[in-house]
Design a protein around this ligand. Structure first.
Ligand code: FDA
Ligand code: NAP
Length: 436
């Protein structure tokens, strides 16, 4: 890894969540020197901090960490972290593949500290630009524009021969519903919750039947002993996330090849067969916890947890201090209102969309017949001849590479594949004598 500040970086990573952290490690471990800079809009590393509720556990084995599947001897593995912290024996004694999200966050921070020299924080990327617009020659690098209040015009530029976009999932609210001080998306749950005095929340509702919703319902029930908690669910309760051994094969590195090579029909079929491993589903343990709480309420005769089944939120209005939620029920096809102090929308996420960051370069990125970006097996966007530089995606490739695109399962291998493609591209460019 080359740490001198070059005029043009070999790689600029946009976003510094687990995906690009894993890439930074792959580059750090690369035998070829590669100059790299990662730009992150947060002021420090933060992995879904708004959802770091105390009891939440990982949904992936600790062995699917930032490095092990690419390099089982990496010093950046979760096992190395445990060893470094003096907890390896106690972790193993616990006989659990799934650490808490808090412990995994600590692992990410531990790994980040070792590559921090490659990262600029408080650095939001606003757009990518061609360095010489109108030039007939293919662009060998792009200009990455970064918000910087100290720079002239509030923007500074960084040049890169390769860009890796990894800006993460985009929170999704119910159609027509805006977030405000009493209507929160799950992604900002803890930030908002900590701003309120617990005693002022007497009636709270959580909409959704995914993992986020279930974890928040459990947390609110346990944290607000005097509150009524409504769980607004589109179905009869929560459905279980299939994490059985055969189904888990969909997250194997080889499954990316199966998906990538398949026709649109096979891709659709694989997605349908296996979406219940991840979307709108909940871990068995959380489902049982919630059912037990509701049952205990019934025994004690004091019902605080109310499951509003077969219901979707269709409208939300402000009503003095209250928030009025209009719910449409599949039971009888009726609608009714529910007044609450706070509504939490655990209504999921849209996939990463690189278009906003691509800016004017999006016009040079090729699309398929459904208007989605065309992406190579090495996660490099297919572009017109105007771009000789590489633009890679970590995330936003569910349509081409399958279910693991938004998950942690394959980040070590994927980052290795991207690092190799960048190094190979650079070697080829050197051979052609085009590198500056
Ligand atoms: P991630 O979203 O983590 O990081 C993107 C980064 O880009 C952010 O730090 C953001 O600030 C930054 N950014 C965005 N725009 C920017 C810009 N314009 N300029 C600069 N920076 C910018 N998956 C799994 O396999 N196992 C699990 O246990 C979980 N658990 C889990 C919990 C919760 C609550 C959620 C919501 C999701 C998960 N996931 C998961 C899925 C999740 O997508 C995955 O864990 C990682 O966050 C993916 O890492 P990324 O780095 O791709 O995105
Ligand atoms: P999700 O799985 O997409 O679930 C969203 C839920 O909201 C679905 O049940 C959806 O129902 C429902 N919904 C959407 N609009 C609605 C409306 N208007 N009314 C009622 N219900 C509505 O989202 P998520 O739970 O946030 O999970 C996203 C990702 O994060 C997953 O990968 C998950 O595994 C991960 N995650 C992990 C952890 C952890 O590691 N511990 C914690 C939280 C999340 P329909 O399907 O019917 O639309």
């Amino acid at each position: 890894m080359d740490t001198r500040e070059p005029e043009t970086y070999d790689v600029v990573g946009i976003g510094f969540g687990p995906s690009n952290l894993s890439l930074a490690i792959a580059l750090e471990e690369s035998p070829e020197p590669v100059s790299a800079l990662f730009l992150e809009r947060q002021s420090s590393l933060g992995w879904h901090r708004g959802m770091l509720v105390p009891s939440a556990t990982m949904q992936v084995s600790f062995l699917k960490d930032l490095a092990t599947f690419r390099n089982p001897t990496s010093s950046f593995s979760f096992v190395s972290y445990l060893h470094d912290k003096g907890r390896l024996a106690r972790f193993v004694n616990n006989q659990d593949f799934f650490p808490t999200r808090r412990e995994f966050h600590d692992y990410l921070e531990w790994a980040e500290a070792r590559v921090r020299h490659l990262v600029a924080y408080d650095a939001e990327v606003t757009a990518l630009r061609l360095p010489r617009p109108g030039s007939a020659a293919p662009a060998e690098h792009v200009r990455v524009e970064v918000r910087d209040p100290a720079a002239p015009g509030g923007i500074r530029g960084v040049d890169a021969r390769n860009v890796v976009i990894s800006t993460g999932l985009v929170p999704r609210m119910p159609v027509g519903v805006e977030s405000d001080e009493s209507v929160w998306h799950s992604s900002a749950f803890l930030h908002n919750f900590r701003r309120r005095r617990p005693g002022e929340l007497k009636r709270v509702a959580v909409v959704g039947a995914g993992q986020s919703a279930a974890e928040i319902v459990r947390f609110l029930y346990d944290s607000l002993p005097d509150a009524q908690v409504f769980a607004i669910l589109p179905s009869y309760g929560y459905s279980i996330a299939d994490d059985t051994p055969f189904a888990n094969q969909v997250f194997d590195p080889d499954a990316v090849d199966d998906f990538y090579r398949g026709s649109q029909r096979s891709k659709d079929a694989i997605w349908q067969y296996h979406k219940n491993t991840n979307y709108s589903v909940v871990d068995d343990e959380v489902i049982r916890d919630l059912y037990q709480r509701a049952y205990d309420d019934e025994v004690s005769g004091h019902r605080r947890l109310e499951f509003v089944n077969l219901a979707r939120v269709v409208d939300v209005k402000r009503l003095a201090q209250d928030t009025r939620v209009t719910v449409h029920s599949l039971a009888g096809d009726t609608s009714y209102d529910l007044d609450v102090d706070v509504l939490v929308c655990a209504t999921g996420y849209d996939p990463m969309d690189p278009s906003e960051v691509l800016g004017e370069l999006d016009a040079h990125c090729l699309q398929d017949e459904n208007g989605r970006h065309r992406v190579g097996r090495d996660y490099r966007l297919a572009t017109t001849d105007a771009l000789a530089c590489g633009i890679y995606l970590q995330g936003g490739t569910e349509h081409s590479h399958g279910l693991t695109s938004s998950l942690l399962s394959n980040i070590a291998v994927r980052s290795g594949e991207i690092a190799r493609s960048i190094v190979n591209g650079r070697t080829a460019a050197h051979e052609k004598g085009v590198t500056a």
